[in-house]
Each structure stands twice: as C-alpha cells, then as structure tokens.
Design a protein around this ligand. Structure first.
Ligand code: URA
Length: 434
C-alpha cells in the first residue's frame, strides 16, 4: 500500500477501504507519513466527503492508535458526556457534579479550548490548585472514593486525533462532518465508557451552522457508536447566542458555581437538564425523562450537587475557599460596562463573534501553544429578545489592557444588535436523536 495512491483515490472521489484508512492513521501517528501528505489527504476528505463506512473505519482506526481506558470496574452502564463545542459552554462543570450527586459514577476527560470555542480544562484551571493532570490511577481512585473525577487528557488516548486535529486546525479543515464525527468518537471510544450523551451544538457559535448538518453529524456519530458498542444519544442544542451569561474562564467558573447555588439562567438550565436526564436514563437509573429532570433539580435545590462540586475540587487539590467565596477569584484589571446606544429588543448576539472577541482579549488560544488569561472575558447582561432602554448596561468586558478598552466596546456594540422588532423566540433544545 502506498500513501500517494490513497491520496489520489480520495482526490478522485473514490471510497477508501478499511485497510487504506488504517494504513494512513498508523503511518501518520508513527511519523512515517509526512504532514504535507496528511494535509493533502485531509483536504481531499474535506472536499469529497466520506461514506459512513469510511467514517466508521477512520473513527475505529484513530481510537486504536493509543491506549484504551478500562472503566469496566464501574459497571456496564458507564456514561460519558461530550460537546461538539460552543461559546459560554460551562455545562460539564455544572452537570457532572449533579450526576455524581445522584450516585452515577463520572470519570470524565475534557479538552482545552481552541479557536473561538472554550474548553472545560482551561476553565477548571482558574480554580487555584485544581489539578487537571493527575495520574490515571489517581483518576480511577477518585471516582471510586467520591464518585467523580474531571481531568485533562493525560493518557495517550487517540493520539492520531491529536495530530490530525492540529493539522485540520492549521489548514482550515475543522468543520467537516466525517472529520468531526471521527475525531469525537475516536476519543470517546478510547475513554472507556459504554454509554454517551453528546451535546451537538447548532448555530453561529457552533461548527454546525444549521439543523440539517447537525442532524447528519448526530446520525453518523450514533452509527459509529453502535458499531463500537458505545450507545450514543445526541441532543441538538441552540448555539446562536452564547450559553448563559459569562464567556471566559474564571467568570464561567463563577457562573457555574452560582448555578449550583440556585442562580440558573434558563438556557443553561434547559441544556443541563436535557443532557443530564438522558445520562441518567443511559446509566439505567430512570426511564422517565421528566422524573430524571426532577431528581436533578432536587439535588440542586437541596445543595447535594453543590457539595459534590466542593468534594471534586477538594479532591483534586483545588482551594475550595474560592468556591465558597467567589469574590476571592482574581479579577481582570478593568471591568468595563457597555451601554445600550438605543432602545429596543436585543435582536442578535452572534456567539461566534463573542467567542472571537473573548479570544482576542486573551480568554482563548489562536495557536495551540498560546497562553490564556483566566481573568478576561465578556459578561452578557441581556439575552436575545429582552427589551433594553438607552443607557442600560448590555454587558461588562473584563480585560487587562487599557489600550483595548475602546476597540472592544465598539466591537461588542456591533455584535449585540438592537432592533425595534422583537425577534422570534428560539428553542434551546432543538432535538434529541437516539
Ligand atoms: N471537538 C472535537 O473533539 N473534535 C472536532 O473535530 C470538533 C469538536
């Protein structure tokens, strides 16, 4: 077999065999296939697409490129959760303590932010002391003792995905259904769970800009899951405007803490409850979705979920005094209010543009090796369809560079669109596909 023939075959729109896909994945992981050859093949896949059979072969080959975690000691219904990426998405930090507080084991490896989307691990590292890079033995031990552990990808899980993802990012090939489906499913198969709930985001701030593409992505992932014995449910959620109010790192963690203390923005609550109720069902702890939501709600109200967050943070070396008193978190030097220039309805807050602005302030990475500034971000006070009067505060920008204040305010005023016309109310949960 020869990589040049494989590239030419895909370039000409032909279907690759399982062996050819394996040959590419193994060769690229070992460094025997060069970046420029892999770039050519990935670009050909981006343009010509893949059949479902090819996407499945790619997912399985990538999942077998490194270690596979064994979580079978936690039973036959170990549930994992993943999101296809969003802006203001602090769902894991809220949802997973709720799930663990219901006695369902949570062993979760999360990612870092890249591009305009944020990552759970960067957010958790805003908590002083919180260790995201503990050993696998400690990770398992934590799940055994307190029922939850949330870490970064310390193991050599799906290394082929790491290489291919970085390459895709560098050659503008991220938003492709077969490439996203195989990237996510390879990591999830290697992570050792046997049930999976996926938050498939749709809209301006998501990789899938419309419902039709999101449905296709969801169906592909469900099918890959079936073949890999990883039962998968996809919840399609709206990502036109950012989720909740905060976009950044520290400020998102604070929003998550406040949520578990009962301050729950409606869109965030809807997503948390929908994903969680499906997780509970897949864990075999309740068939009735509405009852599952009720159980989750009870554990927020009675403080059990908040206490589980405290336990999680403490167990991973984090300083819980910050959770107990969020005023302790280091703040950005400037917290600048942005005022409405006219009265009317908030018509649009484009999540991608908010994500890009937050990134520019330093909350995210433009390149993989960039350092991030935990303190910066955007706190949105008004959501789409709310009415505002001239001079009301629309948002606060948290930033550290004085010379960026004016341009950031101008940019934010352009992003938050106000109109005399009330926009149609959009649903947060668009569809659940099993
Ligand atoms: N998240 C992933 O893990 N991979 C993608 O390709 C897109 C989102």
């Amino acid at each position: 077999m020869n990589i040049l023939e494989i590239i030419a075959k895909k370039r000409d729109g032909l279907e690759l065999s399982e062996e050819e896909i394996k040959f590419f994945v193994q060769g690229y992981t070992k460094g025997e296939i060069t970046d420029y050859q892999a770039s050519a093949l990935i670009m050909a896949i981006y343009i010509k697409g893949m059949t479902k059979k090819e996407t499945t072969s790619l997912s399985l080959a990538m999942s077998e490129s490194g270690d596979i975690l064994d979580l079978s000691r936690f039973g036959q219904n170990v549930v994992d959760k993943h999101s296809t990426g969003g802006v203001g998405d602090k769902v894991s930090i809220i949802l997973l303590p709720i799930i663990a507080s219901l006695g369902i084991p949570v062993a979760k490896m999360s990612g870092r932010g890249l591009g305009h989307t944020g990552g759970t691990i960067d957010k958790l590292e805003s908590i002083p002391g919180y260790k995201t890079d503990i050993s696998i033995e400690e990770f398992i031990q934590n799940v055994e003792t307190i029922g939850i552990s949330l870490i970064g990808q310390t193991m050599n899980l799906a290394p082929a995905d790491k290489k291919i993802y970085a390459l895709r990012d560098a050659i503008s090939c991220v938003d492709s259904i077969p490439l996203i489906a195989s990237s996510i499913m390879s990591k999830k198969i290697a992570s050792g769970a046997n049930k999976l709930v996926l938050d498939v985001t749709v809209g301006h701030g998501a990789f899938m800009k419309n419902l039709n593409d999101a449905q296709k992505l969801a169906e592909e992932m469900i099918e890959i899951g079936k073949l890999a014995k990883l039962e998968t449910v996809c919840v399609l959620t709206n990502m036109n405007e950012p989720l909740g109010h905060a976009v950044g790192n520290t400020i998102e963690v604070i929003e998550a803490i406040k949520f578990l203390r009962g301050e729950m923005p409606k869109d965030l609550l809807d997503v948390v409850l929908e994903l969680g109720s499906q997780m509970i069902r897949l864990a075999g702890k309740g068939e009735n979705i509405e009852e599952n939501k009720q159980k989750m709600f009870e554990n927020i109200k009675n403080g059990k979920a908040y206490n589980k967050l405290l336990e999680l943070v403490k167990n991973q070396n984090g300083d819980i005094s910050y959770i107990e008193n969020v005023e302790k978190f280091e703040k950005a030097k400037y917290i600048v209010p942005v005022y409405a220039q006219k009265e009317g309805y908030i018509y649009e807050i484009n999540a991608e543009n908010i994500g890009k602005l937050a990134c520019k302030l330093g909350a995210g990475r433009i390149k993989k090796e960039d350092n991030i500034d935990k303190t910066v971000g955007i706190e949105i006070c008004k959501k789409v369809a709310e009415y505002v009067k001239t001079g009301e505060v629309l948002a606060y920008i948290h930033l550290n560079k004085e010379d960026e204040i004016q341009s950031s305010v101008d940019e934010l005023l352009n992003i938050i669109k106000i109109s005399e016309q009330k926009p149609e109310t959009e649903k947060t949960i668009l569809q659940t596909i099993k």
